[in-house]
Unconditional design. Structure first.
Length: 415
């Protein structure tokens, strides 16, 4: 019964890895005669303001068991008739997939460095935490981005290892749906080799946890482990469907912090549900506010503008503690500011680069969250979030806290 139903589905659909497993599980349930609780499945029409960023013929489905799948290559009508209607008892949400992008910034590759390059670490007093021996040990941070150059000298020793997977044997040893996923996964290319053709993810990862001692770059949480998850192409564009698969993968691999330095999709219910569902698994989601220089309440983009209790949205501040001109802001939707202008960090090809953007501000907070979690492993995402927000250096920023990240004060606030 399971096999008969699953086979034609598996062959008809262009599902990603998790999906076949999901369908078999669901069919197994109904074969046992169990009825799902009544919760009406919805598949909203794509709103006019979401049309420009919609991925053609791609749909994201969140099933009632919490898993998400992505179907590609079907028209809306085909999707509705072949998937949504037949399986709507098992579906929570379905919606059209959306493009997102890495917040655009200009990159300046640095050949020389100066003491000013560490202004963000100085401003947030990161060294005070390091001096107390708080380095982020035991915490895995997922960087869901354009990939990471995992051969960079300041990053290659920082990688999380999927111990249940034997590398390069062509076998999915831990049966999680991903073959040879030892150091992360490339959801854009569906392969285990994570690299970074855009440079963005490598820079973000370095801000969070670059090893100290070999250059001017000092990661905020150098004891934390990096889970690099690539869902963008070389132009820094990805889609929500792959981002959701990456978010679930991160949680399954034990990541406690997820950094999301991207956005732009004006619509996605599935994404917000996926993030909120991770609070019970101890995961904190850090989102960049976006680089349009606008009030997020007037021009919302997501995930930045979600109101979710295990999410923190971060704006970018300058070395003089002003709001960076490009940074989005909002007294209701942005929580705090962090350094995000002329930030030196790791760059592909054993280089360093200075980048500006809220993409650079979010990883300061992601690194700080990893420090707080390592100092107090039992703290819930809500406690970590409160500690980070209650302890800001007061300022005139358009954010719920009005302030800018201060790492040792956040540590004190947690105690
Ligand atoms: Ca695997
Ligand atoms: Ca393997």
């Amino acid at each position: 019964m399971e096999v008969d139903l699953a086979k034609p589905l598996a062959s008809k659909f262009n599902f990603l890895a998790y999906t076949t497993i999901t369908l078999i599980g669901l069919l197994g349930l109904s074969a046992c005669g169990e009825k799902a609780k009544v919760e009406t499945a919805t598949f909203p029409k794509t709103k006019a303001e979401c049309a420009a960023t919609a991925v053609p013929d791609s749909y994201v489905v969140q099933w009632k068991d919490g898993t998400v799948s992505v179907t590609r290559g079907w028209t809306r009508e085909e999707f509705e008739n072949e998937i949504f209607e037949p399986y709507k008892d098992d579906i929570r949400w379905a919606e059209q997939d959306q493009f997102v992008r890495a917040a655009p910034t200009s990159a300046q590759v640095s050949t020389q460095t100066s003491p000013d390059d560490s202004w963000g670490q100085l401003k947030t007093s990161a060294a005070t935490a390091w001096g107390r021996g708080v380095l982020g040990e035991g915490i895995t941070v997922a960087v869901i981005d354009s990939g990471v150059d995992i051969t960079h000298p300041q990053l290659r020793g920082q990688l999380a290892v999927n111990a249940n997977e034997i590398p390069a044997n062509g076998i999915d040893d831990d049966e999680n749906g991903y073959i040879d996923d030892v150091h992360g996964w490339d959801f854009d290319e569906d392969q285990p080799v994570v690299s970074d053709s855009a440079g963005h993810g490598t820079h973000v990862a370095g801000i969070i946890l670059a090893q100290h001692g070999t250059s001017a770059v000092q990661g905020i949480a150098p004891g934390a482990k990096l889970l690099p998850l690539d869902f963008m192409n070389a132009e820094g564009q990805g889609n929500i469907g792959d981002a959701i698969l990456a978010i679930q993968y991160a949680a399954d691999q034990g990541a406690r912090v997820i950094n999301a330095s991207w956005g732009g999709a004006p619509c996605s219910q599935t994404l917000s549900r996926t993030i909120a569902d991770l609070e019970s698994r101890g995961v904190l989601f850090i989102a960049a506010a976006g680089n349009s220089g606008v009030d997020l309440e007037q021009l919302p983009e997501y995930p930045a503008a979600f109101v979710i209790s295990n999410q923190i949205t971060v704006g970018a501040s300058t070395a003089r503690d002003y709001t960076a001109g490009f940074s989005n802001y909002s007294y209701r939707l942005v929580h705090l500011f962090a350094p995000g202008a002329s930030i030196l960090s790791t760059y592909p090809g054993n280089r360093l680069a200075s980048l500006s953007g809220t993409s650079m501000a979010a990883p300061f907070v992601a690194g700080a969250a990893a420090l707080l979690m390592s100092a107090n492993p039992g703290a819930s995402p809500a406690q970590i979030r409160s500690a980070l927000l209650d302890s800001v250096d007061p300022g005139a920023f358009a954010a719920t806290t009005r302030g800018r990240l201060n790492i040792p004060r956040a540590l004190d606030s947690l105690r």
